[in-house]
Design a protein around this ligand. Structure first.
Ligand code: PGA
Length: 241
């Protein structure tokens, strides 16, 4: 793992935006894996700003989001698809057919998870996967547990995770769905390159344990140590101790 530390969150976002836009310029049909959450908002704002007026061509880029809530119709308010449309897709012009998403409203959720695994494989796999990290060490909705799922699966959300998503539901954690669909650990580890993005002091303990500690299912992000091309992009507050 390479740790790439910057002075503050805007500097992290600027550096990662440069990496993403360079990758899109080199490979117009780039396959990107994308996170939601509060942390990547600065990255998406930077990508919108630097793509304005056709400055970057996203028309051939394919994306796959990491996870989605169960029970919301795709694109409904509070859904991660709605977040992505607002934060990135509509502004940079990613064609809807190129935006891969789990549908948490699908009638057969197991079949939906299988479909997603196939869709990622048929796109040739992810070239670059950007991840956030929970203060509890989760990646996607792979929460700390005795055992982790390899493939895309249905997941129960930890209370802390529901609380940290309350901002999408008018601040009410009770309205955050209790379940989600998420890429699994092997889905994540098959991406050719991974960038984990973490800013703010509340992420420092998880980042430190992920980078310096043993690999353990109680800290799912620690499995990223098994991957040959992971960059941990942090501000000073989240830098590992
Ligand atoms: P956050 O979420 O960016 O809102 O802190 C990150 C995550 O839970 O993966």
């Amino acid at each position: 793992m390479t740790v790439d530390s910057h002075a503050d969150a805007p500097a992290v976002a600027a550096a990662l935006a440069s990496r993403v836009l360079d990758a899109v310029a080199r490979r117009p049909s780039l396959v990107l894996g994308l996170p939601t959450g509060r942390t990547p908002k600065l990255l998406y704002a930077e990508l919108r700003r630097r793509s304005a007026g056709g400055a970057a061509d996203w028309s051939a880029v394919r994306t796959f989001n990491l996870d989605e809530f169960v029970g919301l119709i795709s694109g409904e308010e509070g859904s991660y698809r709605d977040y992505m449309e607002r934060e990135l897709f509509s502004a940079v012009g990613i064609p809807p057919a190129h935006a891969g998403f789990l549908n948490g409203g699908a009638p057969d959720l197991d079949a939906e998870c299988d479909r997603y695994e196939r869709a990622i494989a048929e796109a040739g796999g992810m070239d670059l996967l950007i991840l956030g990290i929970g203060a509890n060490g989760h990646v996607g909705f792979n929460e700390p547990a005795d055992a982790l799922h390899a493939r895309t699966h249905r997941a129960s959300l930890a209370a802390a995770t529901r609380a940290s998503n309350a901002y999408l539901f008018g601040g009410d954690a009770q309205r955050v769905p209790a379940e989600a669909l998420s890429m699994g650990m092997a889905t994540i580890l098959r991406a050719r390159a991974i960038v984990l993005l973490a800013t703010g002091p509340e992420k420092r303990a998880a980042v430190t344990a992920m980078v310096r500690g043993p690999i353990r299912t109680s800290l799912p992000a620690s499995f990223l140590q098994l991957h040959p091309d992971v960059t941990v992009m942090v501000d000073r507050a989240a830098s590992p101790e």
